[in-house]
Design a protein around this ligand. Structure first.
Ligand SMILES: [Zn+2]
Length: 90
């Protein structure tokens, strides 16, 4: 009977251990889920003046008229489009 009790004890420990692991994994997953929307909100989208494509502000190229801290002004997806926009304007 002693062996049966020992096996039961081991089983309880294993189940408890797995529950703790699952709980910690769920908490970690929940933290990731709450963090992701913040990142996407922080990442501002701007529009290329030439091809009207939307791209993250970090990847965009600012036009000469605007400083990079401003959302106004012209944004471009590539140096080529910045040049072609300048040529169009003048
Ligand atoms: Zn473009």
């Amino acid at each position: 009977m002693g062996l049966f009790r020992l096996l039961t004890f081991i089983l309880v420990v294993i189940v408890a251990w797995r529950m703790i692991k699952n709980y910690r994994a769920a908490v970690a997953k929940r933290d990731n889920n709450t963090e992701n929307p913040k990142i996407s909100v922080r990442e501002k989208m701007v529009k290329c003046e030439v091809c009207n494509i939307h791209l993250p502000k970090e990847d965009a190229i600012a036009g000469d008229a605007s400083d990079s801290n401003s959302d106004d002004g012209n944004w471009f997806c590539s140096p080529e489009h910045k040049e072609s926009f300048k040529r169009q304007g003048s």
